[in-house]
Design a binder for this molecule. Sequence first.
Ligand code: MN
Length: 281
Amino acid sequence: MFFHEGSDSFLEEEVEYKKAKYVIIPVPLDITTTYVNGTKFGPASIIEASRSLENYDYEFDFDVKDLIFTINQLQLPLDAKKAIEAIKQTVSDVVNDGKIPIMIGGEHLGSYASSLAFGDDVSFVIFDAHGDFKKSISGVELTHASTTRLISSSKKTAIVGLRSFSRSDMQDIKSMGIPVVPVKELSKGFSNAMKKIRNKKVYISVDMDVFDPSIAPGVGTPQPGGITYNDFVNALKTIASNFDIVGMDVMETRRTESRATEVLAAKIIIDFVAAREKNNE
Ligand SMILES: [Mn+2]
């Protein structure tokens, strides 16, 4: 069902779909972006950036080879509801084939679509500068600014790197008992927050704006005071050694002249595969 064109594969991988364990799903969703648009070019930019990187992952001392298949970029309807259904269907297909989906975006709302492909035995660890807990923007409920509220309506969630929210959003987050790990507590508080997650299975959702804008300027809504690359690698180590990771997404990347954000997005995907494989060895 999926067609593979050599020039479009992540890391220039040439593995067949049926042999791959991980599937990159490029989702150029860019419908409800409110500030800097252009996240629709994120998926292609991340794939392009990956082709400048090595298969050998230094952080995890692991070769990411013959593991990752890249499907064609999704052709999405302009209607948000229909786009969400199309994304959910693709992620479900990949999961039903026994593979680990890695969605690349595209605006963060795609993560909500992906969450619909999983049962409530999966917890969502959401790396995001923003609460994404708005009930609506100008009367529209399905937007990137509501992503975490939408996911939390049916799944257990934890929010990591949070530093931008309204007081009422935070009241809702607290009243729902959602664990929050602020940036400054990432080094000491992360393991404790993860202990609050009862499910064995987790899905990692990364809004690239969780990183500091100095290392990830190419995002839809930049926010100062973000996490470092090493913060993320350490968090990944904790998650990979304590949970069964069933999927990942890396969202909100825009094309930038420096390519720094795209390279970082590609690298954390390589790190994710390496971390997960290394732990399952
Ligand atoms: Mn965000």
